[in-house]
Design a protein around this ligand. Structure first.
Ligand code: SF4
Ligand code: SF4
Length: 127
């Protein structure tokens, strides 16, 4: 009978848990959610690929593709923090569960070779 006051108190209190997914918690400041890329701003420098600790990003400068394995991403934010053009951001929700593994591929416009380099390549082709 010693615990009767505690039982009554708990019955009158609001639940300590949320009825997820119907009640979703508000994201807290600086929440690191799903990664988002603005491929138009990407210059394919590969900095995100080099900085990613889980090696889930692959950048192909020639083809103009940016790839990410979202299942391997640990939402550390290093790629976003080191992107020189700030084209990577993280939104305030976690990635939705998926039934199958996918690779996220973005196709952008590969950067044009610099004029000097292009001229050198042309000269080599002519020889
Ligand atoms: S660091 Fe930014 S600009 Fe460079 S390849 Fe990655 S996303 Fe593109
Ligand atoms: S958030 Fe971290 S783990 Fe995810 S892609 Fe960027 S660097 Fe890699």
């Amino acid at each position: 009978m010693l615990f009767t006051p505690t039982v009554i108190k708990n019955l009158l209190k609001k639940p300590a848990t949320r009825n997820y997914p119907f009640v979703v918690r508000e994201p807290f400041p600086n929440f690191r959610g799903e990664l988002v890329i603005d491929i138009e701003k990407c210059i394919f420098c590969g900095m995100c690929e080099r900085k990613c600790p889980s090696q889930c990003i692959t950048v192909d400068k020639q083809a103009g593709t940016w790839q990410c394995d979202p299942h391997a991403c640990i939402s550390c934010g290093y790629c976003r923090d080191n992107c020189p053009t700030k084209c990577l951001t993280m939104n305030d929700t976690h990635r939705k569960p998926m039934a199958a593994k996918v690779t996220w591929i973005e196709q952008g416009t590969p950067p044009k070779p610099k004029a000097k380099k292009a001229a050198a390549e042309k000269k080599t082709d002519e020889e």
